[in-house]
Design a protein around this ligand. Structure first.
Ligand code: HEM
Ligand SMILES: *[C@@H]1O[C@H](CO)[C@@H](O)[C@H](O)[C@H]1NC(C)=O
Ligand SMILES: *[C@@H]1O[C@H](CO)[C@@H](O)[C@H](O)[C@H]1NC(C)=O
Length: 491
């Protein structure tokens, strides 16, 4: 009985103190918290949904306690500007767990400082510059045309069978990124092992898991999962990396790829092996899913909006015609196609909360104090649907971008699929090119209809940092171009 009483009073006092601390410290308002778990018990699997609901109640900047970790979520373009532009310098690091992230010697997890600036410059120069994008143009076109060909071949076998687009998009995206980064595509076995390692990585405690947010739970969980699991995982990852990437990298290649440039620098002792692996891993994991997901969402909208689909096909027919496939150089002449992609990125940003940032020191945002150590989320999905800045925000209407030329690469704070500021996605231009090319070819080569009534297409999101469609899109395709075009081989 005594014990119960003591624990009860402790809980009450602790809750009271937490409340007091919150009021004193002028941190942003937020939903009431529970002792130790904060708001975890109320948080829906789709975090964006909970964050948006709370923002309606408490305003565009809120505090959410993920256990003992304070997260500040901003959901308006003005506050995003403060986070990503005005206070960018204080807010541009990330929380990381040393074990999973090469101690931050890579790019994504590196703290902003001399090492980061050097890595960022290197990646921009070697991988994301306009020159590099141009250099790899043919390679992208080859991969996309081979995707079209394989869709076509599958239709030849059975044209009543719905196409599960995700299967094709996942491989074309991974192929393009891996050829860019390591100069080759993975063999099926290497590809499967890669996926399995990535999958395992997100499941290991100490990755970006819920448990991680509650310091006390993290301790408990670490009692059960020894360092052994990590060691084993890292060994497997290194082995894969050595086999699939390093062993072949010195072989003859037509074009110099990113990892070769990295290795030259490693030989000059400017980079460590950890960094080389970290950078390659960053690009493979950040680049493939995001682009595939965006195209899948865009295609779902195309199936739902036949008038939009017809309109873009009309544009493609008049610019590209019926005698060849669309190429990268057509992109500037296809404004409506570009608008469709922008609209897809507005409504379905693949990272709806970007990658979280961290307050390296205490800063003022929107009149509130964001204390040092807080995690800062920018709800770019909510911002891009803010009725204050968009008319009929929930409607898929690419025309809105025709009327008003709008940047989606971080200049316009109403739509920030790639983030903005120091940490903005360095691959924004590259991925726009990749996605426009793939989307354009899918729409030029085939007409797409739904196998179920259009209203029944499941547009719900799967929970996660990266936002997949919950149900993979299935659509019926029929070819639109003369048969010989699909059978041309580049390889
Ligand atoms: C639809 C495609 C993509 C979207 C929407 C996207 C979005 C983002 C976002 C929101 C961030 C975080 C920005 C921040 O923290 O403020 C980011 C970072 C990053 N992205 Fe992308 N990305 C895409 C494609 C790619 C591709 C294709 C690559 C590489 C080949 C890539 C590589 C990276 C890297 C390395 C970072 C970390 C940058 C840093 O921390 O300095 N992304 N991306
Ligand atoms: C990270 O740093 C710690 C201490 O500096 C070191 O013991 C550990 O081996 C490093 N881990 C990696 C993956 O580099
Ligand atoms: C979005 O709308 C708000 C409220 O009308 C306005 O203050 C803000 O400047 C707009 N943002 C942009 C980037 O236009």
């Amino acid at each position: 009985m005594d014990l119960l009483l003591i624990s009860l009073t402790t809980i009450i006092i602790a809750a009271f103190m937490q409340n007091l601390r919150r009021r004193r410290s002028n941190i942003p308002p937020g939903p009431p918290t529970r002792f130790l778990i904060g708001n975890l018990h109320q948080l829906k699997p789709l975090w964006t949904q909970s964050f948006s609901e709370w923002s309606h109640t408490y305003g565009p900047i809120i505090s959410v306690w993920l256990g003992s970790q304070l997260a500040v979520v901003v959901s308006s373009s003005d506050l995003a500007k403060q986070v990503l532009r005005d206070k960018d310098y204080q807010l541009c690091n990330r929380h990381r767990t040393a074990r999973m992230t090469q101690n931050g010697s890579d790019l994504i997890w590196s703290d902003y400082g001399a090492h980061y600036v050097k890595m960022r410059k290197l990646c921009t120069l070697e991988l994301f510059s306009l020159k590099s994008i141009e250099c790899f143009r043919l390679m992208r076109e080859m991969e996309v045309s081979s995707m079209v060909k394989s869709v076509f071949n599958d239709l030849m076998t059975d044209d009543q069978k719905p196409v599960v687009l995700r299967n094709y998009l996942g491989s074309v995206a991974l192929n393009i990124v891996s050829r860019l980064v390591i100069g080759k595509t993975f063999e099926p076995k290497e590809g499967r092992e890669f996926k399995s390692i990535v999958d395992r990585e997100t499941r290991l405690p100490g990755a970006t898991k819920m448990l991680d947010y509650t310091i006390w739970l993290k301790r408990v969980s670490s009692w059960f999962t020894s360092d052994n699991a990590f060691m084993k995982h890292m060994a497997r990852k290194r082995k894969w990396f050595k086999r699939a990437v390093m062993d072949e990298v010195y072989g003859g290649r037509d074009q110099k790829c990113f990892v070769q440039s990295l290795l030259e620098l490693k030989e000059k002792n400017e980079l460590t092996e950890e960094t080389v692996m970290g950078l390659v891993w960053n690009m493979l994991t950040a680049g493939a899913d995001t682009t595939a997901i965006t195209i899948e969402w865009a295609m779902a909208e195309m199936v739902r909006c036949p008038t939009v689909q017809e309109k873009v096909q009309h544009e493609l027919d008049s610019v590209v015609g019926f005698g060849r496939l669309m190429s990268d150089t057509d992109i500037p002449k296809l404004p409506y196609l570009q608008c469709i992609l922008k609209e897809a990125l507005r409504l379905h940003p693949p990272t709806p909360l970007m990658l979280p940032h961290k307050a390296s020191e205490s800063v003022q945002i929107g009149g509130y104090r964001v204390p040092k150590g807080a995690t800062v989320y920018v709800n770019v999905q909510a911002i891009a649907r803010d009725p204050a800045n968009w008319s009929n925000p929930d409607e898929f209407r690419p025309e809105r971008f025709l009327v008003e030329e709008t940047d989606v690469k971080g200049q316009d704070f109403r739509v920030l699929p790639f983030g903005s500021g120091r940490r903005v996605c360095p691959a924004a231009q590259l991925s726009l090119n990749m996605m426009t090319l793939a989307l354009g070819n899918l729409l030029h080569c085939f007409s797409w209809t739904s196998s179920t009534p259009r209203e029944h297409i499941d547009m719900t999101e799967k929970p996660g940092l990266v936002c997949y469609m919950k149900t993979p899109l299935q659509a019926l395709a029929s070819s639109r171009l003369p048969q010989e075009l699909y059978l041309l081989t580049f390889h």
